[in-house]
Unconditional design. Sequence first.
Length: 250
Amino acid sequence: MSKKITNIAHRGASSYAPENTKAAFDLAIEMGVKHIELDVHSSKDNHLVVIHDDTLDRTTNGQGNVKDFTLKELQSLDAGSWFSEKYSNENICTLEEIISKYAESTHLHIEIKGRTLNLAQKTCTLIRSLEATDMVTITSFWKDSLVETKNFAPEMKTGWLVPMGPGSKWDNEIVEISKKYEFDQICPRAELVTKTLVSNLHREGFEVRCHGVFTEDLMRSVVSSGADGMTINFPDKLNAYLNQKGIEVD
Ligand code: G3P
Ligand code: CA
């Protein structure tokens, strides 16, 4: 096993800094990581913002649905203190500022998380306007968001976050649907991947990029499965493991 593995900081280096903030993205870069994952929603006034949950409650000092607040209101919130007081200056970023700041040096795995109208199209329009197409991959659990992406912007690289929960058995319909819509990556939960599954997906022409890597054991099992990469909250540990094994890191 000597191929490259893509180490993607999940919501930034989110084990160590508040997820989806510049602090978490900067820390990932300090760790030598070249790929960052983040989540996108729309504000009430149609700005694209970087936050994971539909609501503000868990990761900010606000309450309610992200989509019910204007950008100005969202930007006034503290998006860091929930994690640690030392991050009290972190706020909710726009996707535009994150692409502008990071996409020259870092590949961004942009997850369409929100369910507001035309969110995928708006995201693609922004990416095009910033000439960042080659530096992003659009992902989603929502198949319709990826189909919207491919219909509107076929040049965008796409990865389907396989919507199969813990304990599920692999369903090959995922492959058929991914072929039909020409998705580039299939992204299963880490617990689902085996060497056989990965080699089957490779044979079908897909990259395999895992998510849900919650422990170092899962991290090691994804590496040994032959998958191409993973999102991970502790990308420093993946870098160290890959270095120790002599595996090249992307
Ligand atoms: O790598 C994809 C991963 O981010 C999906 O899960 O819940 O963290 O958005 P979630
Ligand atoms: Ca995500």
